[in-house]
Design a protein around this ligand. Structure first.
Ligand SMILES: NC(=O)c1ccc[n+]([C@@H]2O[C@H](COP(=O)([O-])OP(=O)(O)OC[C@H]3O[C@@H](n4cnc5c(N)ncnc54)[C@H](O)[C@@H]3O)[C@@H](O)[C@H]2O)c1
Length: 264
């Protein structure tokens, strides 16, 4: 039997790199990211049975090549993403939501008994008010008229803040939609919603949005998390210890959403 490959997509930095370090002792590891230089640095620091492949989640050809390079799927952790300070809204949907759908669909073809995926969403997705009409649009991420439909619903699809929160809400929903197909092959799939985490992305957003400091201060743990604290949860979720967990979102936010008042 060919031994399965564990994949981290978004492995070049932050929580992806931290998760890669935890999965490295578990067998063959394939690290993917858009950023070739940082990806090689992360892989070199880990050593062992680690391969890298450059992959842009907005490109179907890249995602198909990643699936091909994986072979038999063990764990899949998708941390690749853009935050509001990094791009315009439509680009954020393209990476966070349309890209996630592309990756989950492509990997579905190689799900086997014991495969497990975690796709990173965000606490931001828990803080938007539920609207069935918007959810119906988010539930068809690869519709050619996605942006027109969002605009027609009164949302500016190119506004980065909305795009971030809604794309992440869409990720939570897409995992739930795909879970039965994964389950039919013996696989599991979950989303993980981090709170405010001390990575390059977290620091960038905190420096551009002063309200985030208040959110941290008023949260039950009153601090940001280290990337490793979230990576440990991702590593647990793709392990056999989480064998009855699928089709759900795991919020790792130090209690932020509970005190801010999000979706219950
Ligand atoms: N840091 C936070 O506070 C925070 C909070 C909530 C959710 N998140 C989510 O967690 C995930 C990881 O965040 P992080 O803080 O580790 O961020 P990060 O910026 O350190 O890492 C994200 C990685 O995604 C890669 N990437 C970006 N666009 C890509 C593309 N098109 N194709 C492939 N790779 C691409 C980047 O090169 C980078 O290595 C993201 O999805 C983010 O939205 C982060």
């Amino acid at each position: 039997m060919i031994s399965p490959t564990n994949v981290v997509l978004g492995a070049a930095s932050g929580m992806g790199a931290a998760t890669a370090a935890l999965l490295a002792p578990r067998g063959r590891l394939l690290l993917a990211d858009l950023d070739a230089t940082k990806l090689s640095e992360v892989a070199a620091a880990l050593g062992g049975d680690v391969d890298t492949i450059v992959c842009d989640v907005t490109r179907q050809v890249d995602v198909d090549a990643l699936v091909e390079a994986t072979g038999t799927l063990g764990a899949l952790v998708v941390t690749a993403g853009l935050s509001p300070s990094m791009a315009r809204g439509q680009m954020i949907y393209d990476v966070n939501l349309i890209g996630a759908e592309r990756v989950v669909r492509a990997f579905e073809s190689i799900v086997a008994a014991g495969s497990a995926a975690v796709v990173f969403a965000s606490m931001a997705g828990h803080l938007v008010t539920a609207d069935p009409d918007i959810d119906a649009i988010l539930d068809e991420p690869d519709a050619a008229d996605l942006f027109d439909r969002l605009d027609a619903a009164g949302l500016d699809s190119d506004e980065p803040g909305f795009a971030y929160a809604l794309s992440k809400r869409g990720v939570v929903r897409l995992v739930q939609r795909h879970a039965s197909a994964w389950g039919a092959k013996g696989g599991r799939i979950l989303s993980l919603s981090p709170g405010i985490i001390d990575t390059g992305m977290g620091q960038l957003e905190a420096s551009n949005e002063p309200a985030m400091a208040t959110m941290v201060e008023t949260s039950p743990l009153a601090r940001m998390a280290a990337a490793e604290e979230v990576a440990k949860v991702a590593a647990f979720l793709v392990s056999e210890d989480a064998s009855f967990m699928t089709a759900t979102d795991v919020l790792v936010d130090g209690g932020c959403v509970a005190v801010t008042g999000g979706i219950r």
